[in-house]
Design a protein around this ligand. Sequence first.
Ligand SMILES: *Cc1c(COP(=O)(O)O)cnc(C)c1O
Length: 458
Amino acid sequence: MANEKIPYKIYLDENELPKQWYNVRADMKNKPAPLLNPGTLEPMTFDELRPVFCDDLVAQELDDTTPYFDIPQEIQEFYKMYRPSPLVRAYCLEKALDTPAKIYYKFEGNNTSGSHKLNSAIAQAYYAKKQGLKGVTTETGAGQWGTALSMACSYFGLDCKVYMVKVSYEQKPFRREVMRTYGASVTPSPSETTQVGRKILAEHPGTTGSLGCAISEAVEAATTQEGYRYVLGSVLSQVLLHQSVIGLETKAALDKYGIKPDMIIGCAGGGSNLGGLIAPFAGQMLRGEADYRIIAVEPASCPSLTRGRFAYDFCDTGMVCPLAKMYTLGSGFIPSPNHAGGLRYHGMSSVVSQLYHDKYIEAVSVEQTAVFDAATKFARVEGILPAPESSHAIKVAMDEALKCRETGEEKTIVFGLTGTGYFDMVAYEKYNDGVMSDYIPTDEDLAAGFAGLPKVDK
Ligand SMILES: *Cc1c(COP(=O)(O)O)cnc(C)c1O
């Protein structure tokens, strides 16, 4: 089909959908460093993780050798309700930019949760149900993960308790109501309902919260209630495994038309959509079969890859979680409250961190007004109203396409359009009113976060 005109949207048939997830760790020579027990500094064992996560998910988390995991039939069936997601050829954007580059985006916003997070939420809810649990607890920042998880839990009849970062709880009442409509209970974090929440409130009265605080509260709520486990929407290797469905579909769609991308671009918060999108391509690079430029895009206000340290750190503010080796700004880092664009986690997936450290991935940081410039331009020509997070990838894809206009190169660019921005209208309003500002942390701001890194010689 190589000479056929590429359609606006490349879909896959139902029988072409992935039946297995791909675990990129199996092909990594330098494996991501193991999670450590914060008390003993020894690698976390299966038994130590079982009180926190479902058994099957612990097994996935600890497995860095099995390349493929079967996607259970029930999850494949749920995926069929909203997958495959389209791979769109951005003809209109190419024309608007007057670029010879060929731009494609994998659009994950075609489900009610509005993002890729449902791909892992349904998997995690499935394993909780299979284990006979009553319910799960979690944190949510901008609200997409909490929404996806409440949809997944209602599908399997599980209780869902969401700790929502306070600033988002207040700024995004509609997001909160979607979660409640799907039956979840939503608590603003930090809250008085947990020990760790009370401690954080006592130390930082009036704090607007952070993902790190909300994680601590959700973990405490799971481990102190019978029949509950904690689930996380990003960062963990199990989440990247589930999100590999994005990359596998993308690769299958490109292969159908004989297209080989030159670069693959994704936004990076905790690293799950990026890790999932690039998984099969990174696998080819790791096995020496192909070469691509892979670019992670992060906000200049929360620059974990471009300005962080590669070190063991706490995954949460309350320091109740295992230590992970990752690019991090320190678990005490809280991005400036005027940062509107999501992607505010202090660390990064240890898989993405290791691939970046080993130079398989490049990283760039971008400022939020430039991100909203790109988002607006994209919305006006491609129709989709993008999530601010996704717009980080749009911004860099557009920059790369403009470079091709200068050089005349017909590069093929693939980027991840992770979701829609309907619940981000407070941020768009600021942008439209011209009152959005860029805050880039100073070296002193970052030094405060680094000072809180645990001392680990590994
Ligand atoms: C959560 C989210 C992200 C960032 O999370 P990753 O784990 O880095 O993928 C990006 N885009 C959207 C729309 C999200 O909801």
